[in-house]
Design a protein around this ligand. Structure first.
Ligand SMILES: NC(=O)c1ccc[n+]([C@@H]2O[C@H](COP(=O)([O-])OP(=O)(O)OC[C@H]3O[C@@H](n4cnc5c(N)ncnc54)[C@H](OP(=O)(O)O)[C@@H]3O)[C@@H](O)[C@H]2O)c1
Length: 327
């Protein structure tokens, strides 16, 4: 089959189409003819040689795919040849064929095409896990979502809003904040123009945010702890602003009974990822049929333009997802 490989760890110019062996295929696995694959920051880290795939996973890039089932293993019960399926997988999506355990598959709603389905999996499952499982949000709570216009951010705004939370977001530009507001964010903060901590206190009458969804890490830690409410939860999913925090006053952790929770979805067990996918299918996927939830897509490119897709993401220019389609 054809796949996009990384010739040498490095820049986007290292991506190239090449002939590679078809993936191995187990009894409970689905072999998917990939029609579209979502692009993620993790792909960029992996391309640079900074994020090796977990043990047993394909070493090809690509964490989320949508396509048509080509074959199923003899013990696979959930899917049959021809089904339209999307899935979040530990690797191997940048290829004509991808393999995943049947429990990770999710049916593509009739209202979504392959590119749209490929834009749902990673960001909505991540946002679900962060908001409901890790952050334990409750209705009417104030939720602060950093990088609101990011893929995960645009999913989290929608989910938190539909759940009945009050949603505050930060983003780098007015254009990004406006996009977040259109998705239902109640308060938008351009972090380059004003201190998000002061604004969060102002907008919550001095109470602070009950939960923060953070991808920035070190450079935001002190401010995040400051603007959490009593019993607040800080869920950290990425460290785009660094991993080493200096001079952080941990007194706030004790005084306000705060919790800091970190996670990566990719490193979770198969059982955990399958339960997350199942809950998402039951609870949230029907809302993609009614239009209450929608994939937010910045652009769809043919997979020959994978390098351009990576560059666009690396330059922080996207609002929502970038998707590659296979011809
Ligand atoms: N742990 C997990 O399980 C998990 C799962 C999925 C994704 N992730 C990670 O979560 C992060 C978000 O993913 P995504 O795909 O949604 O991202 P994305 O669409 O690529 O958007 C990221 C945005 O973050 C903002 N940003 C970048 N560097 C920043 C900095 N130093 N300070 C403040 N803002 C910064 C930029 O927007 P502005 O213009 O607004 O600054 C950028 O567009 C990525 O790092 C990804 O790897 C983690």
């Amino acid at each position: 089959m054809k796949a996009i490989i990384v010739k040498e760890p490095g820049g986007a110019e290292q991506l190239a189409l090449a002939e590679v062996p078809d993936p191995d295929f187990g009894d409970n696995d689905v072999l998917l003819e990939v029609r579209a694959v979502g692009v993620n920051r993790a792909d960029i880290l992996q391309r640079k040689g900074m994020y090796p795939p977990p043990e047993g996973a394909s070493d090809l890039l690509g964490l989320e795919v949508a396509g048509v089932v080509e074959r199923v293993g003899p013990k696979c019960r959930r899917w049959k040849t021809g089904d339209r399926v999307f899935a979040v997988i530990p690797g191997g999506g940048y290829a004509q064929k991808a393999v995943f355990h049947e429990s990770l598959g999710m049916p593509i709603p009739e209202t979504l095409d392959f590119a749209q389905a490929a834009a749902v999996g990673e960001v909505f499952l991540t946002a679900c896990q962060a908001l409901f499982w890790l952050g334990e949000v409750k209705e009417k709570e104030n939720v602060l979502i950093h990088a609101g216009a990011s893929g995960v951010g645009t999913a989290a705004i929608q989910l938190a809003g539909k759940y009945g939370c009050r949603v505050l977001v930060t983003a780098g530009t007015e254009e990004k904040v406006a996009a977040c507001r259109e998705l239902g964010a109640d308060v938008g903060i351009v972090y380059r123009k004003e201190d998000f901590k002061d604004r969060v206190f102002k907008e919550t009458d001095g109470r602070g945010a009950d939960m923060i969804l953070d991808f920035i890490g070190a450079s935001y830690l002190e401010k995040n702890l400051h603007c959490l409410a009593v019993d607040g939860r800080l869920v950290i999913l990425a460290l785009m602003g660094g991993s080493r925090a200096k001079d952080v006053n941990l007194g706030m952790l004790l005084l306000k009974r705060l919790r800091i929770i970190g996670s990566t979805l990719r490193s979770r067990s198969l059982d955990y990822r399958a339960r997350l996918a199942e809950e998402f299918v039951q609870r949230w996927l029907p809302k993609f049929c009614t239009g209450d939830l929608k994939p937010i897509i910045d652009r769809v490119l043919p997979w020959g333009e994978a390098a351009a897709a990576h560059r666009h993401l690396e330059e922080n220019r996207n609002i929502g997802k970038i998707v590659l389609t296979l011809e």
